[in-house]
Design a protein around this ligand. Structure first.
Ligand code: NAD
Length: 321
C-alpha cells in the first residue's frame, strides 16, 4: 500500500546517552484513511508534504510502531557506499570485491600501490558497481580528510568504513628501533583513528553507519617478534569498543575482526619454516583465505547484522579460542 505524507513535525531530543530524535507524521492511504506514523531522523530536512512512501512495522520494547519510509528518498539514497583502506591487495581487495558483489559502491585505497589499486577499481566496475581508487596514507591526517571529502563529493555519503590498512616491521623487542615502533603504530592504530574521526561526522549527519576494524589474533594473544604490531592491534580492539559505546545512540555500529594467519603477501613475507610451525598450532591445520575474512565483513556490513556492536570476531581456524 502507498501512503502520502500530509503533515509532520520533527521532535529533537538530543539528550545523552541516547540522542533519539525522530519525526511524527500523519499519512493517508489510497482510500483516504489517515494514521499517525513515526519517521526516522535520517529523513530530517528531506521531508515534503505530499511525498509517497511505505509503512514498515518496527518492533520495540514499547511494542510495535508504524514507521513511514519515503519512496523518493529511498530512490535518491541509491546503493550503499563503502571506503575500505588498504584495498589494493590481500584481505582489503577481497573485501571490496565481495562488497561490490553485494551491491556496494566502493572506494579502493592504498598509500602508494596505485597500479594495483586502479586495477581493483576496474575489476569492480566489471561487476557493475561504481568504484574509485584514492591514494592516501592512513597515517597522514590531511590525506585521510581529503580521501573522505573526495568520497563525499563522488558518492554523497559513507555507509561503511573498513579500517583494513596495515603493515608489519617484525623484530624482537630489544632489536626493534623506535622508528619501527612508531611506523607500525602510526599506520595500524593512528590510521584507524584518523579514518574513523574523519568519516564518523558524515555518518552522524546521516544518523546511521558501520565501521569494521581489521585487528588481529596477535592483538589478543601477543606474538614473538611483533611488539609493535600486536600493540597496534590490541589498541584497535580497545578503540573499537570505545567508538562503539560513544556512537551506538547514533545508530553507528562499530566492530572488529581478528583474523588469524591469512594467505596474503603479509604472511608470504614470513619465513616458510616459521609458517610451517604456525600451521602446526592451528587446529584446522591450514592458513585462512582472504575471502573467508571478506565474507564475514560482508555479513557485518549487511542489514542482517543490525544489533551487533562493540564485538571482536575471531576468524582463525581455532588458533585462539
Ligand atoms: P597486504 O600487505 O596484502 O595488504 C595491506 C594493504 O594495506 C595494502 O593494500 C597496502 O597498500 C595498504 N597499506 C599499507 N600501508 C598503508 C597506508 N599507510 N595507508 C593506506 N594503505 C596502506 O596485507 P593483508 O594481509 O591483506 O593485511 C590487511 C589487514 O589485515 C592488515 O591490517 C593486517 O594487519 C590484517 N591482518 C592480516 C593477517 C594476515 O595473516 N594476512 C592476519 C591478521 C590481520
Amino acid at each position: 500500500m502507498i501512503y502520502k505524507l500530509i503533515s509532520y513535525s520533527e521532535v529533537k531530543m538530543p539528550l545523552p546517552p541516547r540522542k533519539s530524535s525522530y519525526a511524527i507524521g500523519i499519512v493517508q492511504d489510497t482510500k483516504g484513511k489517515k494514521q499517525i506514523v513515526q519517521i526516522d531522523r535520517k529523513f530530517f530536512g528531506k521531508l515534503k508534504i505530499g511525498m509517497s512512501g511505505q509503512i514498515e512495522i518496527h518492533q520495540t520494547m514499547d511494542g510495535a510502531i508504524n514507521v513511514f519510509s519515503p519512496n523518493s528518498y529511498k530512490e535518491k539514497v541509491g546503493p550503499k557506499v563503502a571506503v575500505v583502506t588498504g584495498s589494493s591487495s590481500g584481505i582489503g581487495r577481497a573485501i571490496v570485491l565481495k562488497l561490490a558483489k553485494d551491491g556496494f559502491d566502493v572506494v579502493v585505497n592504498s598509500a602508494s600501490d596505485s597500479k594495483k589499486g586502479e586495477g581493483v577499481a576496474r575489476e569492480i566496475k566489471k561487476i557493475g558497481r561504481s568504484a574509485i581508487y584514492i591514494e592516501a596514507d592512513v597515517s597522514d591526517e590531511m590525506s585521510v580528510e581529503q580521501m573522505i571529502e573526495k568520497t563525499i563529493k563522488k558518492f554523497g555519503k559513507i555507509d561503511l568504513l573498513v579500517n583494513n590498512a596495515g603493515i608489519t616491521r617484525d623484530k624482537k623487542l630489544e632489536n626493534m628501533s623506535k622508528e619501527d615502533w612508531d611506523k607500525v603504530i602510526a599506520v595500524n592504530l593512528t590510521g584507524v583513528f584518523n579514518c574513523t574521526k574523519s568519516a564518523i561526522s558524515y555518518m552522524q549527519k546521516e544518523g546511521s553507519g558501520k565501521i569494521i576494524n581489521i585487528a588481529s589474533v596477535v592483538g589478543e594473544m601477543g606474538n614473538f617478534g611483533q611488539a609493535n604490531y600486536s600493540a597496534s592491534k590490541g589498541g584497535i580492539i580497545a578503540l573499537t569498543k570505545t567508538v562503539a559505546r560513544e556512537n551506538a545512540g547514533d545508530n553507528i555500529l562499530v566492530n572488529a575482526i581478528a583474523p588469524g594467519f591469512i594467505k596474503t603477501k603479509m604472511v608470504e613475507a614470513i619465513p616458510k619454516s616459521i609458517i610451517k610451525k604456525v600451521i602446526e598450532q592451528i587446529p584446522m591445520g591450514r592458513l585462512g583465505e582472504p575471502e573467508e575474512v571478506a565474507n564475514f565483513v560482508a555479513f557485518l556490513a549487511s542489514d542482517k547484522a543490525g544489533y551487533i556492536t562493540g564485538q571482536v570476531f575471531n576468524i582463525n581456524g581455532g588458533l585462539y579460542m
